[in-house]
Design a protein around this ligand. Sequence first.
Ligand SMILES: *Cc1c(COP(=O)(O)O)cnc(C)c1O
Length: 384
Amino acid sequence: MRSIYLDHNATTPTRPEVVQAMLPFLGPVYGNASSIHAFGREARVAVEEARDAVAVGIGADPAEVFFTSGGTESDNAALTGVVRSSSGRGNHIITSAVEHHAVLHTARFLAQSGCRLTVLPVDAHGQVDPDDVRRAFSDDTVLISVMHANNEIGTLQPVAQIGALARERGVPFHVDAVQAFGKIDVNVDALGCDLLSVSAHKIHGPKGVGALYIRRGTPFSPLLHGGSHEAGRRPGTENVPGIVGFGKATEWVLRERVDQAIHLNALTGALWVGLCDRIDRIRRNGHPVERLPNTLNVSFYAAEGESLILSLDLEGVAASSGSACTSGTEEPSHVLMEIGLDPRLAQSSVRFSFGRDNTMEDVDYVLEILPSIVQRLRDMSVLV
Ligand SMILES: *Cc1c(COP(=O)(O)O)cnc(C)c1O
């Protein structure tokens, strides 16, 4: 049977070159990067090479890049770290309603412990209005966090505009760039951000490793307490194999990014056009132009999303009915609700997220099998 992976926003296959680069560090090169002897120094050199690669990838100084256990930790550390060290200045946080739960749930947690929280709405394409940002700032605002690209619908936020507004007000700006990194240009100076989260496993690197960029001078207190690893900002013996893999994955994704954007855009474009030709009563979610090249989110009226995913899976196609974190629950996606879909339509949605190994044949195969799947589910549906 065919096996077609169209769920790259959930995670990506680890590149063979990345696995190769990691292997020595899972075996013979086992030194602790903090040790001063030869074993330690070898690990240290590898970690610093990876730090340089990630820094180049986001246009930062390597001294401002700190390795973490992934995007979730980076988001948690960014929000909590700034808020905790700003207590004298205020306790107001601004974020958007379509953030990844790693940001949204952290913001809500901080609100439960006394912070004032403003959650900005988005328009029908999933974008925040910079005017809303301007109005939300107040004298006690200590942090704004808005994502670069949405993981479910691919919409890009006006992050550079938001960065400029934050800069005017002197408010630290955090950007969750986990989905944007490697797919579009991500540059901390162009975005005007003070903190930025990235994750290795979304760019063909290993799971369980990521980084947080913290601009020099940004108020920050660490989430974890312990040794002086990562300049004290993230104590704990470094995950050397993971970090090495992250560095290698970054080098590759940067090298291929521009070509891949064209390739991925062609695949999502062909799938959407093909679906429109073959299936009626569908809608595309997210911004038509300001979006990630690899992501296509489609609602199929009167065809339940989880059933679509399971039927596709039976035919060898892996897609997602929302973010990976919400699959298996009955809750409709918060992102699709926020762009104004009614709950039933939100639950009739499929996210196709493509990657470098996908081909036009994969698109053709989906177009071959999906119309009859949708028809069968609609025939069974009481909503038709
Ligand atoms: C995947 C993802 C995260 C979480 O990253 P992990 O490394 O899986 O913890 C955070 N934000 C966005 C936008 C993501 O897509």
